[in-house]
Unconditional design. Sequence first.
Length: 202
Amino acid sequence: MADPLFGVSLIKELQRDQRHTMDIAKALKELTRRLDEEGIPFAVIGALAMRHHGYVRHTEDIDILTTPEGLDRIHERLVGRGIVPRAPGLRKKLRETEHRVNIDVIKAGEHAGSNDSSLVFPDPRSDRFLVIDGQRVPDLALLIEFKLTSGIYGNRAKDLGDVQELIKANKLKKPFARKIPTELRAKFLELLENVRNEKDIE
């Protein structure tokens, strides 16, 4: 991961972001190849998955979902060979060393947002995931479920903002709420209304 530049020109900061985006692309391509070679099931989630659904947001890392067995195999086969823990004892916070890109791993079966949430991350091989250009990503409804749950139970306002941007990018309307779990539907409809009431400033 390229180090942030503080107190420098906007142009240099933009150039730094452009270089890091290329580093993420190279790291993701190599990670995909290695995980496929090892037969480790995974899907790309987080900000990178949002790109597949029409919303581009800058990110500093790669978020992946795998199975508990997949995480074990990552440590058996990949850690120490171009991938390292970001601190001693960490299993799910990793770093790709060649391009200095952080990799955050989520395990299927974990609760999204917090242990209090009702949403459990599914197996990345389930039919809730799409294969787009060789990458498995959550379908739009599932991605929005992840973001809503993280925003509500994890108190992450940024994730609720992401939902609003996905609503705008995909021109979602009220009928889409039927695809959202009942306990998350009210928040989705609230965000949908927020988008509808946004005013452009000339």
